[in-house]
Design a protein around this ligand. Sequence first.
Ligand code: ADP
Length: 154
Amino acid sequence: MEKIAIFPGSFDPFTVGHESIVNRAQVLFDKIYIAVGFNAQKDALFSLEDRKEFINQVFEGNPKIEVVHFEGLTIDFCKSMGAGYILRGLRTAADFEYERAIAQVNKAMYDGIETVFLLTMPEHTPVNSSIVRDIIRHGGDVSKFIPNKMKIKK
Ligand code: ADP
């Protein structure tokens, strides 16, 4: 059976940390949907369309990777896409605690799903979208923290 994974996130914006997780997960799955979602608790800097466009720049021409968006529960989206796996990245113990609860609740709601975690590469541990957003807001250079192929317009 085809191994289909959803990599859900806000990706506001996509960073080298996200890119690395997707690249490393390609050996595990036949198809990875990078699913840009809405997070009610987060104030987005980039529009949904911009966030998707940035990620498309990175994976253009790669048939295994598709950029999509979704609203609502991640497990409902997984069901609609026939995905059996949720891919997430872990940086810190704080990430683990947050992700653990979500993954366990998702599993309780839908037994057909497994969440697969990849540990971040050490050099990506401090990279997070909210710091990147702050740097952008203040006119700083984020080129070290976003994928080479990504051109941010702001
Ligand atoms: P969310 O709003 O769902 O937390 P994010 O866009 O912040 O979405 O992150 C999506 C996923 O990528 C999460 O699993 C997060 O832990 C992971 N992630 C974010 N930054 C990094 C990084 N630097 N290294 C590894 N994983 C990361």
